[in-house]
Design a protein around this ligand. Structure first.
Ligand code: AMP
Length: 485
């Protein structure tokens, strides 16, 4: 069993000088703040197992509140502040939080939905008046720590139930693998309502007693200014592409950084290569999802292979399955996962949960293949697979070929209904390129059936807050391409 998050916090807080956030709280200060907040939650009537919904712009208090909820046994439920009141309504009715905490300007909207709402500054003020000592109740490893809603690009967003052990086991695995120590300084510019910024980044820092430079948003200029004081940066691929387009990114700026990590969306091999050339660093790409925490990572020492997400984390098992059973390396199939990292189910959806497990393995919905050296490549979401004239085309393979072409800044490959082929491969591309030339250039790299029937040059690709391309949106927008509709 792993060390619980709160036990770790207390261990780190025993050193009065240990800094949690540069220019902000020490660990001892953080422990006191979480104690005051936990007391405030109890004074508001919240009890173990109750849900607390939090919808605020990124700020340091989100992390304190996450830890305060863990201390009180209250289930932490952060929501993307970009969601409208109408979108947030689903989380309120589905999770029935005992309390919703929001930015002041959001309070009236949420209160109109019959929720009990409090403005964050009001909660912080209430906590000010509480004692810092908090009598932590006993917690079990399987107790719920958090519910994170899936981004829900298709259908209803589902609440992912994560246990304390899910978080703790993953933190311990990552700290070991990525060699975090108390001397590290993590540059934190990710959102904190998502597993990446909330759990991966924060818990790696906490479990090693490291510090973080906390940015409330990702701004390339501010990141470049802070990088010389950081030792690790975690980002989504768009962080890396945006930093690359800034002339201020140099090897010198990155000289003190020992590790750049990317995840949440595919990092193109072209970006990997360009980053290496500019800074001398090979970005370490890893793979995970809300339901499973982190699953695989490229090695700290040893080859970091561009276009792959590395090997399973210690304690985590990954298999590739086809309709007939488990597949050998080199063959593509469904990625399935088992281990202490895998979630406890979808909130109030036992049947949906059961559908997503096969023989005790969680079916991720991603397609992939291992190579002969045990590195996993992600070939795209199963639902994004394009079947054209009966042949399977994995979008990731075509996207990699496109990204390699001069002038292509980003690409997304989708399937669009086609009268002859069932589906046709269509490429959406950002960059200064021409359709005919792109199709011609791809002929040297890909079999004929994989060549996009159309290459659409767009201003930009629709992305969510984590930089993931919203393919459902592209499919909707271009559904009529071959039907004249
Ligand atoms: P989320 O639950 O929002 O974190 O989304 C998880 C999904 O993001 C996974 O199922 C993958 O489809 C995708 N994803 C995460 N990391 C990577 C990666 N390194 N490469 C490709 N896709 C990724």
């Amino acid at each position: 069993m792993s060390t619980d998050v709160i036990a770790k916090l207390k261990e780190m807080a025993a050193d009065p000088d240990r800094v949690w956030i540069t220019g902000g709280l020490t660990y001892a200060g953080l422990l006191a703040e979480t104690g005051r907040l936990a007391n405030a939650l109890l004074s508001l009537g919240l009890r173990k197992g109750d849900r607390l919904l939090l919808q605020v712009e990124k700020c340091e208090a989100v992390l304190s509140l996450y830890l305060a909820c863990l201390r009180a046994g209250v289930v932490f439920l952060p929501v993307n502040p970009g969601y409208t009141v109408a979108e947030t309504a689903h989380f309120l009715t589905d999770a029935e939080p005992a309390l919703a905490v929001a930015d002041p300007e959001r309070v009236a909207g949420l209160a109109a939905l019959n929720a009990r709402v409090m403005a964050l500054p009001e909660l912080l003020a209430l906590a000010e008046g509480q004692g810092a000592d908090f009598a932590d109740p006993a917690h079990g490893p399987d107790d719920l720590a958090a519910i994170l809603y899936t981004s829900g690009t298709t259908g209803r967003s589902k609440g992912v139930m994560l246990s304390r052990e899910n978080l703790a086991s993953n933190a311990e695995a990552l700290v070991g693998l990525w060699r975090f120590t108390g001397g590290d300084v993590l540059l934190h510019a990710l959102p904190v309502f998502h597993t990446h910024g909330l759990f991966v980044a924060t818990n790696c820092v906490l479990y090693s007693g490291a510090s973080m430079i906390f940015h409330r948003a990702f701004q390339p200029a501010a990141v470049l200014e802070a990088l010389p004081r950081a030792t690790v940066m975690m980002g989504v691929p768009t962080f890396y592409t945006r930093l690359l387009s800034d002339p201020g990114l140099t090897g010198e700026v990155c000289a003190g950084v020992r590790l750049f990590i990317s995840g949440s969306a595919p990092l193109s091999p072209a970006t990997h290569a360009e980053w290496k050339e500019r800074t001398g660093h090979a970005i370490l790409e890893r793979y995970g999802m809300t339901e499973t925490n982190m699953i695989t990572s490229n090695p700290y020492q040893g080859a970091r292979k561009a276009g792959t997400v590395g090997m399973p984390l210690p304690g985590v098992e990954v298999r590739i399955a086809g309709p007939e059973g488990v597949l050998p390396p080199g063959e593509a199939g469904a990625i399935e996962v088992r281990g202490p990292n895998v979630f406890k189910g979808y909130w109030r959806l036992p049947e949906k949960t059961a559908e997503e497990f096969r023989e005790g393995w969680f079916v991720t919905g991603d397609m992939g293949a291992f190579d002969g050296e045990g590195y996993l490549s992600i070939l795209g979401r199963a639902k994004d697979l394009v079947i054209t004239g009966g042949l399977n085309v994995y979008p990731a393979e075509v996207e990699a070929a496109l990204d390699d072409l001069p002038g292509v800044a980003a690409s997304a490959v989708i399937g669009v209904p086609h009268p002859d082929f069932g589906e046709a491969v269509v490429a959406c591309v950002v960059g200064s390129v021409e359709e005919a030339a792109v199709r011609e250039a791809l002929r040297e790299r890909l079999a004929g059936f994989k060549i996009p029937k159309r290459v659409l040059v767009l201003e930009e690709l629709p992305r969510n807050a984590m930089g993931k391309v919203q393919k459902a949106e592209l499919r909707r927008a271009h559904a009529g391409l071959f039907s004249g509709g």
